[in-house]
Design a protein around this ligand. Sequence first.
Ligand code: FRU
Length: 518
Amino acid sequence: ASHSENYRPLYHFSPRKGWINDPNGLLYLDGTWHLFFQYYPHAPIHGPMYWGHATSCDLVCWQEQPVALCPQGSIYMFSGSAVVDYGNTSGFGDGTTPPLVAIYTAHDIAETDPNQVENQALAYSLDGGMTWAQYAGNPVLQSPGLPDFRDPKVSWDAECGRWLMVLAAGDRVHFYESADLINWRFLSEFGAECGAHGGVWECPDLFSLPVKNEFWEDGLDADDSEGCAPEKEKWVLLVSINPGGPNEGSATQYFVGDFDGTTFTLDESQPCASARWVDWGRDNYAGVLFNNVPGDRRVMIGWMSNWDYAAELPSAADGWLGQMTIPRELSLVVNSEGYVLKSYPVPELFARREQGSRLFRCGKVEVANEEVPMIPFGELDLKRGMIKVSLHGLGAGQSTITFRNPWGQELRLGVNNVEGSARAELFVDRSDAGSEVLPKNFPVPLMVAPLAGGMRNSMRMLLCLDKTSLECFANRGERCVTASVYPSAAFTEMGFSAESTGATFSLEAYALHVDNCE
Ligand code: FRU
């Protein structure tokens, strides 16, 4: 890779040129995963929005494709979704292949009434998503007089034989139904009184998931006890919010409840006054799920950035900005915390572990605050690292994993059993992790995710590292912290320390085989 590719991730999607933000129109079709996205091809800025396009056969390596949707005069192509219209309900088909239909927000900057700027419109493709035509009757759903009315997520409701739409309307979501994707009928709304409201609601998604029982014993990791049969099904509503995230800026919250075909009702066990977060890190926003995935897998991709600083990251100097998260599989468990939405990297990523690169290590903190001898990763390339870490015997205070590079830059993360309280939290600290040219508000604050169940004696974490990111999954995805990080060189070693003696760690690390992603 050339110097200008210093920040190019190895296994996360990033654009060759220009700017990206939200994933759009995520769709699986005939062996291909389609990732469309908010895109401005001409410069690394949020300009007149296009939908860019990339495809993958395995959710790991992505090939950029020609642009899918272009701005139409004053109308920008804002976020939305795409469906396979198997029944040709829209009439866009040619009688041989089912049309793909994109439902997007037509954001019209020439509109003088601020309450009519955002309307929903359609485009369709008859060649598997490579070229798209605009529907002549656009828009299909006009703003009911709201300044924010966008990001339609449409899916097929097989039970009722209709299309369902959820879209963001300022401080709430609206639900609509349609028989043909063209005529939409309002069903209900949700959220004005629930969840986080520190900013505008964006990019919602609604889907059902089977519930897995998860029993807890002190110190037992979640993935040892997930074998129970699904108890029932629940509905999950994702809502991104900007600002107002738990660690400032943009983030995605979720609600668990029931959807009776018309109305979404929050489950009694769920907090209404507070929010639950899909990811506590600063860099996972606007995530939604793929449509049309076989086997009912729930696969989500988010934009790995934050509106607080998305426009100022170092790769802008190289003419591109933005990357996506690892695709994650979502599951719903019920445990002592109630319903918890978990996310974990898709199995396709685990399949990329290079067996020959495997490294085992373990150690114990004998002296408080003294780092146990550093682990050099040697040949194992941490720019494409996947590491499982188990911590045991954790005492009061912080237990900290530190990644270091030859520049002395440090990325720290760990568990804090907060002294003098019964609280425990996961933390990620990138404030000393690099580079010279970061935006002012990038290093702070410390990213913190509270953990359930008081003091933690043990913790299992999966860490995925790329050149410019860390994705941390605690207890098999019960808590996630996604952080972009811009070290001047790859991390090459790891240390472990704790404020209490007796803490042990063991790790199993792999390099991911992603050479063919180039
Ligand atoms: C979320 C968002 C969406 C909007 C898009 C515009 O990041 O603000 O609400 O459709 O980005 O690019």
